[in-house]
Every structure is written in C-alpha cells, then in structure tokens.
Ligand binder design. Structure first.
Ligand SMILES: [Zn+2]
Length: 277
C-alpha cells in the first residue's frame, strides 16, 4: 500500500490543487498548466510556482502594511490537500478585542516554557527573529491558503526564514520574550494581506478543531480598520478639549460624541485618556 505521503497529486499552478491525476508529467488541461508531484515534494513545487511567496515577501519587516482590506473576501483556508494543527491547546487568557485603548490583534493562549508551538497549516516561514515592537521572538508563517499566522513571545526559535514547514512542525517553545509583566503565553494572530482578524473565527482552540474550511470575511472583521480609525490622547498639563480639537484636526463636539462619558462641562484632568478619532 502506498502511504499518503508518497501518493502523487496534481496541482494547478495558477490556483490550488484541483484533481488527482497521477500521470506524473506536465500537461496542459483546460487552458491551465498542471504539474504532478509527489506528496513530499509538493510544498516545494508549489512554493516555487506560487506568487503567494514572492509578493510582499519581506523577512526583515514583520508588518508590510498592504493598502486596504477588501470589502469582502472568501478565504478557503483548508482545501483537500492541506491539513491543519492547533498550535497550542490550552485556555485562552485574552481574546481579539480592544484592550486598554489599543487593539489586541490576536489570542493569548496559556502555555509553559517547555510547550512546543506548532505551525497551523503548511507554509513557508517569512519571519523568525526577535521583534523589538513587543512580540519578542516571533515566527510568521505564510500559508498556501494566503493567510499568515503569527506566533509571538517564544523562548526558542526552531525554524529559519524561508524554510518550508508542514502543519504540526514545531516552530519553537513557549515563553514570554518581549513581554514585561506577564508569564509565558502564545500570542497567536491570523492575518490576511497583513490585516488581522479574529483567529476564533476559524479555530476553536478549546475544542481543538477548525470551524469549517472556508470563511467570508467582511471589512469589519479586519482589526486594522478599527485600530486605524481610533486614536487616543493622554492629557498633559494645560491641555483642553479645544486644544485637542485643533491638534487632531477635529471639533470639540465630535470628541464629545466619541467619548460618551464626557460632556462640555467635564473637568479634563492630567493623565486622562481621551479618544480623539
Ligand atoms: Zn497578546
């Protein structure tokens, strides 16, 4: 019996796997070029032919800031040739939400310093280094489905940039690098074209399963929109609402509207945090 790993698969180069022909040769079919590869070579064959791994492929920059999130996009995150692994199965300490005035773009999953952290899907490592922006030791994997996953605060990195990885590959160990005040946890993000959305829309960490195989995401699902649209200011000595209105090119009434706890007679004290956008 042939193991799954040695079976042949046929891939359409301009999209994803679509049929199971095992002829083993290049061929043209319905105006598309197909390549037949063995399972164990498929990652490499696909990586070499897919623009997913060339466009916005930067090792040194963790966030590449693509232009705008799409109005809506259908993402098939698991096709029949792919597989998935839940990176760490443990309790979630913090979710994808606005937290203390800044947006928390991922899930914080509890772990220990010896917990292996695993790649969620097959893909290629885009970033594996220490990040000074608060992520600590960070691995970013770009997947064949077009998504990127972020694994932050690792105590050890076990992969290198540009390395191909299969789902389940241990990419490092849990830790709290880049974090000042909390214990070890995995900060786990899922991004599409650099726009983060809630990982719990596709993963159930608790039940250790994927929720389906595709998702229709709308603009509102992407964190960057929310984060970019909100800005806060910490009041210093002598600053007033009129001062903020001028400084942030807005009006006092607009500031009051987005800060429901404030009114025109409120006393603006030093250290107060006020939303200005
Ligand atoms: Zn976090």
């Amino acid at each position: 019996m042939i193991s799954l790993f040695e079976q042949h698969f046929v891939f359409r180069i301009d999209s994803k796997a679509i049929c199971n022909d095992i002829s083993g040769v290049w061929k043209n079919c319905a105006n598309s070029v197909y390549i037949c590869v063995k399972r164990k070579n498929y990652l490499k064959a696909f990586a070499d032919t897919s623009s997913i791994f060339t466009k916005n492929w930067k090792n040194s920059t963790f966030a590449y800031k693509d232009k705008f999130p799409p109005d809506s996009v259908l993402i098939t995150y698991l096709d029949d040739q792919d597989k998935y692994v839940i990176p760490v199965i443990d309790r979630i300490n913090s979710g994808f939400k606005l937290r203390n005035g800044t947006f928390h773009k991922g899930l914080d999953i509890h772990l220990t310093r010896t917990t292996p952290v695993k790649a969620a899907f097959n893909g290629k490592v885009r970033y594996a280094r220490f990040n000074t922006g608060g992520y600590g030791n960070l691995v970013i994997i770009r997947h064949f489905n077009g998504l990127e996953t972020y694994y932050a605060h690792l105590s050890r990195l076990d992969v290198k940039e540009d390395q191909l990885v299969q789902a389940g590959k241990v990419i490092g160990l849990g830790g709290n690098t880049g974090v000042k005040w909390s214990g070890p946890h995995l900060h786990f993000e899922v991004r599409y074209h650099d726009f983060a959305f809630d990982p719990e829309k596709i993963f159930s960490i608790k039940d250790s399963v994927l929720l389906g195989d595709k998702i229709l995401l709308k603009k509102a699902d992407f964190h960057s929109v929310i984060a970019a649209s909100r800005k806060y200011h910490r009041i210093k000595s002598g600053e007033t609402l009129s001062y903020l209105a001028v400084r942030y090119n807005t009006t006092v009434s607009k500031i009051l509207k987005i800060n429901p706890k404030l009114n025109i007679n409120s006393i603006i004290g030093i250290g107060m945090k006020i939303r200005v956008r």
